[in-house]
Write a protein of this length. Sequence first.
Length: 253
Amino acid sequence: MGAGHAHALYRHGHSPVHALPPHCKLAAVLAFVVLVVATPREAVWAFALYAVELAVVAYAARVPARHVLSRMLVEVPFVAFAVLMPFVAQGERVEVAGLSLSVSGLWGAFNVLAKATLGVAASVLLASTTDLRELLIGLQRLKLPPMMVQIASFMIRYGEVITGEMRRMSIARRSRGFEARGVQQWGVLAKTAGALFIRSYERGERVHLAMVSRGYTGVMPVIDEVTASREQWRYAAVLPGAALLVCAMGWVL
């Protein structure tokens, strides 16, 4: 249950960022994201400085830009939402390439894109330098409620199990000549989703019974004890410290 296996985002390395205790990195990234969100949207230069800070972290962690950019595709829904804002927002309008766009919508789109992009990039860097087991240890060290840590641990471990089950069911459908080409096939897909839910529920019951038979009482043992020195905390504080300076300048200037 420790989720010791590496995940798809993790990039093995021996950089100073990799060596930092996980709770230091979690606290640093959380503080950085909060400061980015708190920055006024009119301070365009501030977001450029935030991007430079993340680029420095990526360089220190020896994480290539291609690795980060290819894993930021999860941001696409935010991009689609932001693109629509200038067209549907009310208020003063401006002509851009023959299109009538809302000024407040343009600012809102920039605000969403800039802050979401920086947050996703920071999260990708965290995941690229910290494996799943270390993340769980970090959550424990930051005194996250034990039940939430257990839930996260189960999600990490059995999310892959359910994904594998879905893959096998998909292969079984295709081996029988099934292809989802239109609405007519939705019934089959709905039955597949129902069968997957039932299998997952039954698997959960079996796992719970197995844990209870081995003495589980609702509390998982501590995964590991990890401590951080003052020097490591100071090193981790560089990113949020620089972000705090930029955020303060963004409100003052």
